[in-house]
Design a protein around this ligand. Structure first.
Ligand code: CU
Length: 133
């Protein structure tokens, strides 16, 4: 009887540990998924202006979804301690080049209206979308 009970409690402990590991993995998964998800709701996700600023912190673009007028100059501030870029996914529409830790860069939004996904060329899990209209 007591043997059974102790075996059960050991099993429960292991299940809890596995659960914790899964939860941790899920949080990491959500981070990269939400960056890529087009429908991710966020209060700061969409802004229309003629000059714009994107901040990079904790391997995320903020805002990740930005709407600007054609030819808008966009300043990109890297608040991380590692270099990043903000680069059009198509590879040529715009590119800040390498922005060192704590530095800023900029790019000019395309003059052609459209939706331009972008990434950090060092960290492909960092994604965002620039809308020109
Ligand atoms: Cu990066």
């Amino acid at each position: 009887m007591s043997l059974t009970r102790s075996r059960r409690s050991r099993h429960r402990t292991r299940a809890a540990a596995v659960g914790a590991a899964c939860a941790l993995f899920a949080v990491v998964g959500v981070t990269s998924t939400s960056a890529a998800a087009v429908s991710a709701p966020a209060a700061t996700s969409s802004v229309t202006v003629e000059t714009a600023e994107v901040h990079i912190k904790d391997f995320k673009f903020n805002p990740a979804k930005l709407t600007v007028k054609p030819g808008t100059k966009v300043t990109v501030v890297n608040e991380d301690s590692t270099p990043h870029t903000l680069t059009a996914s198509d590879g040529y529409a715009f590119d800040t080049g390498t922005i060192e830790a704590g530095a800023s860069g900029s790019f000019t939004a395309p003059t052609k209206v459209g939706t331009y996904p972008f990434v950090c060329s060092f960290h492909p899990q960092m994604t965002g979308t620039l809308t020109v209209k």
